[in-house]
Write a protein that binds this ligand. Structure first.
Ligand code: NDP
Length: 299
């Protein structure tokens, strides 16, 4: 069997098209209104600059006003929290994200920072209140972007999730944990694995749907995958490649060339989960703008 490639690039374009239509209809009804996203960056890590550029470009394509709030490396935790309070209080801002990891000269508690973003503007879905809502099956807050993108890609395969055995590799705050919660509430039976899990490849072989987010280049081999499984690879790992101008190329956590021989559907890297993360951020921003407009217009 040769698996079908799940193109995150194509699906994210379709989501963007829908958002363009939503924003244009919002603006027809309320010409002075524009969804607005604040992207807060501390310092200037090169990888963060790349991700931020992608988000700014997507926002522009959709008609979201994105503001890049650049803060210096020597900002203190209190100063950063104060800046977030200002953005929380600004009625013109509908979504706020803080680009992680922080490139700071001082020790800043990342958890405190994500919790300082108002749950009503937390379009990354990383505030503890929104995390708790997802964990308990309440999808009325904001769903974190990469996990939401993974679930969307699984749904686009047409393979039903309910009742399936799902294995998630990784239990991080931003990917592994929330994607396992979401799939649990899609009625899958979910097993979560991490660095202390024993017999990993035996467990992955039981998965009808395998989601991998470990940050280990091509660790998951074809022999770890159940024939016909859906495989979602979140990994973005640069590995040396002398044939490239940059001297490296990106691979996932799954050995793609082996996985396509076994699975029914596989996401590629790049152009799999990556573009979905950006599309879901834009979707959350438009959703937040709509919610805030509704609150404003409510009698
Ligand atoms: P983290 O490093 O925060 O978490 C990695 C998780 O994988 C941990 O739970 C860790 O276990 C587990 N793990 C690590 N090594 C092993 C191993 N050998 N066997 C089993 N489990 C292991 O990573 P993230 O979740 O932030 O990211 C994972 C990958 O996804 C990275 O490649 C990252 O670049 C990518 N990513 C992609 C995004 C996108 O937009 N496509 C967005 C975010 C991340 P333990 O908890 O025990 O330490």
């Amino acid at each position: 069997m040769v698996a079908q490639k799940i193109s995150g690039a194509e699906v994210s374009r379709a989501i963007e098209d829908d958002l363009v239509a939503q924003v244009s209809s919002l603006r027809q009804q309320h010409p002075s209104f524009s969804p607005r996203l604040a992207i807060v960056q501390v310092g200037g890590r090169e990888d963060s600059n790349v991700y931020i550029r992608m988000k700014l470009r997507a926002a522009e394509r959709i008609g979201i006003q994105a503001e890049h709030v650049k803060l210096p490396r020597d900002i203190t935790e209190n100063e950063l929290l104060a800046r977030l309070t200002e953005l929380n209080e600004s009625p013109a801002v509908h979504g706020i994200i803080v680009q992680m990891p922080l490139d700071s000269q001082f020790d800043i508690d990342g958890h405190k920072v994500t919790d300082a973003v108002s749950p009503h503007k937390d379009v990354d879905g990383l505030n503890t209140i929104n995390e708790g809502r997802v964990a308990t099956g309440d999808m009325g807050g904001f769903i974190p972007c990469t996990p939401a993108g993974c679930v969307e890609l699984i749904k686009r395969t047409g393979v039903p999730i309910a009742g399936k055995n799902v294995v998630v590799l990784g239990r991080s705050k931003i990917v592994g944990t929330p994607v396992s919660e979401l799939l649990k509430w899609e009625h899958a039976t979910v097993t979560v694995c991490h660095s202390k899990t024993r017999n990993l490849s035996e467990i992955t072989k039981t998965a009808d749907i395998l989601v991998v987010a470990i940050g280990r280049p091509e660790m998951v081999r074809g022999s770890w995958i159940k024939p016909g499984a859906v495989v979602i690879d979140c990994g973005i790992n640069p590995i040396p490649d002398a044939t490239k101008k940059t001297g490296h190329r990106l691979v996932g956590d799954v050995a793609y060339s082996e996985a396509i021989e076994v699975a029914s559907h596989v996401t590629p890297v790049p152009n799999g989960v990556g573009p979905m993360t950006v599309a879901m951020l834009m979707k959350n921003t438009v959703l937040s703008a709509r919610r805030q407009l509704e609150r404003l217009l409510a009698p």
